[in-house]
Design a protein around this ligand. Structure first.
Ligand code: XUL
Ligand code: CO
Length: 438
């Protein structure tokens, strides 16, 4: 094994739409300005450690297939440290400015919590060196509170208080190392914070415990001076039957109920949105209304399969809608486009990791350009504006200003002709305009 995983690749260049080079970007041109901001800054791409460097590509019916010559296949700290070098080589050659990890992806779990912490520290030292060497930054860190059997009933919602304490200790350590590595955020994905059956579940008590857990995390963040953004990542199910953070609306309600709303934003994932029966665009709109869009786990599901397939995003309608949302808020601040995606089990060669990420990055770059074209064109915005124009003056403006009552509305209704169908929704026209600009 050479000291590089990809000795033949220097870096992935931008070659433009006419290039046929599979190891070049056709659309992602980091320095190109879109509405005055570079593509790099709009997109803030991030590579996930767990899928790209730890996923063996096994599935419930078969063993892992991934060929990763730089990995000796053991769970040793040495192998974990070594793997970091190759992970940063890949990420640097790809040109992604960020990465994200779970504590247990980067370092092996020890026999005790103390040993796990020691292992983590040893690998974090290498992560720090590689961050300094390459300039690649940590988008967010997180703790894996779902893989170890101790979390089979959940972590912050476990019926067992010792497990809850263990989970808190693990999150405490994960926040510390995220802080040490200059992470811009920290994500809470409640992998098993839910239930398999309500017959054995005290839902209210579990939710109270979860809120207390998050309050303690907020307190600890302040105590150590960690300025990164906390995110909640909604997902409705899998592995549990029902996860409490099922969608953005449920998360916002939970955060408000427990007085946590100022401390968390959403990390939205497309495949989670669709599992919840929503589109990603729906989840983004709900976030935008509450100023709660933090970061994006950029992937997609397969509409014919009912679970989280975590595929690389290639659908231009999807990336366009995501970028329209991101542009509406003026860009992500601490968040990024984090490829929480894995290559298919059949795509087992190392080079497939490049093809997958290049495709996702180009799909988002195109989405960004198309979103900018839609905004510049203005026809869709005009249709939407006109659709609501009755609220800009008269009785509509009075309602919006809080100056109307049922009595004044009744007076208005009685003194005007009964309203009929007023304007068309123009859905087909809008879809035609999108297709014209895509
Ligand atoms: C699981 C998932 C996680 C989170 C981080 O569906 O998306 O990988 O992103 O724990
Ligand atoms: Co995710």
């Amino acid at each position: 094994m050479s000291n590089q995983a990809f000795p033949d690749i220097k870096s992935i260049p931008f070659e433009g739409p006419s290039s046929k080079n599979p190891l070049a970007f056709k659309h992602y041109n980091p320095s190109e300005l879109i509405e005055g901001k570079s593509m790099k800054d709009w997109l803030r791409f991030s590579v996930v450690y767990w899928h790209t460097f730890r996923n063996s590509l096994s599935d419930p019916f078969g063993a892992g297939t991934a060929i990763r010559p730089w990995d000796d296949g053991t769970d040793s700290v040495e192998n974990a440290k070594n793997r970091v070098r190759y992970a940063f080589e890949f990420t640097q050659k790809l040109g992604a400015p960020y990465y994200a990890f779970h504590d247990r992806d980067v370092a092996p779990e020890g026999k005790t919590l103390a040993e796990s912490n020691k292992n983590l520290d040893a690998v974090v030292a290498v992560l720090k060196e590689e961050q300094q060497r390459t300039g690649i930054k940590l988008l967010w860190g997180t703790a894996c509170l779902f893989a170890n059997p101790r979390f089979l009933h959940g972590a912050a919602t476990s019926p067992n208080a010792d497990v809850y304490a263990y989970a808190a200790a693990q999150v405490k350590k994960a926040i510390e190392v995220t802080h040490e590595l200059g992470g811009e955020g920290y994500t809470f994905w409640g992998g098993r914070e839910g239930y398999s059956t309500l017959w054995n579940t005290d839902m209210k008590r579990e939710l109270d415990h979860l809120a207390r857990f998050l309050h303690m995390a907020v307190d600890y963040k302040k105590e150590i001076g960690f300025k990164g953004q906390f995110y909640i990542e909604p997902k409705p199910k899998e592995p549990t039957t029902h996860q409490y953070d099922s969608d953005t609306a449920a998360c916002l309600n939970f955060l408000r109920e427990y007085g946590l709303q100022d401390h968390f934003k959403m990390n939205l994932e497309t495949n989670h949105a669709t599992l919840a029966g929503h589109t990603m665009a729906h989840e983004i709109e709900v976030c935008l209304g509450a100023n709660a869009l933090g970061s994006i786990d950029a992937n997609t599901g397969n509409e014919l399969i009912g679970w989280d397939t975590d595929q690389f995003p290639t659908n231009l309608y999807l990336t366009t809608q995501i970028m329209l949302g991101v542009m509406k808020m003026g860009g992500l601040t601490t968040g990024g486009m984090n490829f929480d995606a894995k290559v298919r089990r059949e795509s087992f060669e190392p080079i497939d990791l490049f093809y997958a990420h290049i495709g996702g990055m180009d799909a988002f770059a195109r989405g960004l350009k198309i979103a900018a074209a839609i905004r510049k064109d203005g026809r869709i915005a005009e249709i939407v504006k006109n659709r609501y124009s009755s609220w800009d003056s008269g009785i509509g403006a009075e309602v919006e200003a809080g100056k109307a009552s049922f009595a004044s509305l009744e007076k208005h209704a009685l003194s005007h002709p009964d309203p009929i169908q007023h304007t068309s929704g123009r859905q087909e026209l809008i879809e035609n305009i999108v297709n014209e600009l895509i």
